[in-house]
Design a protein around this ligand. Structure first.
Ligand code: ARG
Length: 416
């Protein structure tokens, strides 16, 4: 029910004013004690040749109170209090009759929205920050779908980048195949952490890792095979979590998907005179926008995260012709997205304005940011299981006679 309209109709009836004009004047009071809607009578003083508080007083007596708890006058204002019981009844009745389609609309019909969410990194744990992105992204997907938008859920997997050179170097030296079989992400994390420890003592390992990544970019068989294996075992773990949360994606085109699409982006940037050299790297200067440059190619010629995001945005526009292109990623990446969107705009793509970063706060524990490199992580599965255990404990205390405690605890945490 549109209360604003209903109240405007009541006022219009009592004053013989036009409903649209009345509606424009209705305000939402700054405090709930002042009611749900307010009608200022000041502008009517001239029309009725009376003081605003008198007009408010007279109106309050005349007005039809059906559906309202009360109408109060405060100075020249008429404050309306909606009857919450009848409002709730109305909502519940509507939900019961309209069922699944309650709240649906078709405002988005014919428009596609791409939603990049979850997007964990291969060989690294699916952490609580990814859980935020997964939950927010999936909710946006459902909300926008309910409004008629055609949604495309994209899991932009972090499956490319120099860290794979490090992982391959670490894999060749230290992997324990048995442990990898049992708990792949834990083992991959262990060798990744070990790589950083060892590279501190022996920096030449960094060069070896760089070479491995270069080989991977060039499609060398050994590197591609190892990378595929790392990707497969990681995805198996991630899918367990998605199954647990009942979440699906329409596309798993991750960073590696853009490997063969980045040269074209670099060429285009060159053609448009946007690339400049800085300390051996190729960058887009963003001084004018008060931002550090957007790095496109590192000094060794390797592409980076931003290059892949440029290629991905262009690909998404071509493939889906999106109306909005949404990224659900932590706030710590807001500069990255600003740089990417600004670069797209500089390339002449006006649709860059339709790219949106939906950020959320940094997930911190005991005042420290989680750093995978230091092995400083909380595994999401452990976190969810801990949540379920605590929910069950609370049920044991508060409702010991409940029959299906396990089931209820699980539903509470996983919102199923
Ligand atoms: N893999 C990234 C991370 O875990 C998030 C990717 C978000 N999406 C994107 N198109 N950059 O931090």
């Amino acid at each position: 029910m549109n209360y604003k309209l209903t109240i405007a109709e009541k006022i219009a009836k009592a004053t013989e004013l036009n409903v649209d004009d009345v509606q424009k004047l209705i305000e939402i009071p700054p405090k709930p004690e002042m009611g749900d809607f307010a009608f200022p009578c000041f502008q009517l003083a001239k029309v009725f040749r009376k003081a605003p508080n008198i007009i408010a007083q007279e109106l309050s007596e005349k007005i039809d109170k059906e559906g309202l708890e009360k109408v109060e006058t405060v100075g020249g204002y008429l404050n309306f209090f909606v009857d919450k019981a009848s409002f709730s009844k109305g909502v519940i009745e509507k939900v019961l009759t309209e069922k699944e389609s309650y709240g649906h609309s078709s405002i988005g019909e014919g428009k596609t929205v791409t939603i990049d969410f979850s997007s964990p990194n291969i060989a690294k744990p699916f952490h609580v920050g990814h859980l935020c992105s997964t939950a927010i992204g999936n909710s946006l997907y459902k909300i926008l779908s309910s409004q008629g938008y055609n949604c495309v859920g994209i899991n932009h997997l972090g499956d490319w980048g120099t860290q794979f050179g490090k992982l391959i170097a670490a894999y060749e030296r230290w992997v324990d195949e048995e442990a990898l079989e049992k708990e792949p992400i834990k083992e991959l994390l262990r060798i990744y952490v070990k790589f950083h420890d060892e590279a501190e003592k022996d920096p030449s390992l960094e060069d070896i890792a760089r070479q491995h990544f270069k080989n991977l970019e060039d499609g060398c068989e050994k590197e591609v095979k190892l990378w595929q294996k790392i990707k497969d075992v990681s995805l198996m773990e991630f899918n367990r979590i998605y199954d647990m949360l009942n979440i699906k994606f329409d596309s798993y085109a991750g960073e590696s998907f853009y490997n063969d699409k980045m040269d074209a982006v670099v060429e285009e940037l060159k053609e448009k005179n946007l690339l400049v050299e800085s300390k051996g790297a190729q960058v887009v200067n963003l001084d004018e926008y008060n931002m550090p440059p957007c790095i496109i190619l590192k000094a060794d010629g390797a592409s980076i995260y931003a290059t892949r995001d440029l290629a991905a945005a262009i690909y998404r526009k071509k493939t889906y012709d999106f109306y909005k292109n949404i990224y659900v990623v932590g706030m710590d990446q807001s500069l990255h997205f600003k740089q990417v969107f600004t670069t797209l705009k500089l390339m002449g793509y006006d649709w860059a304005d339709n790219c949106v970063h939906v950020g959320f706060g940094l997930v911190k524990f005991a005042d420290k940011k989680l750093s995978t490199r230091k092995g400083d992580v909380i595994f999401l599965e452990d976190l969810l299981n801990e949540g379920i255990a605590r929910a069950k404990q609370a049920i044991e205390e508060k409702n010991p006679s409940l029959e299906n405690k396990d089931e209820v605890a699980k539903r509470l945490v996983l919102v199923q």
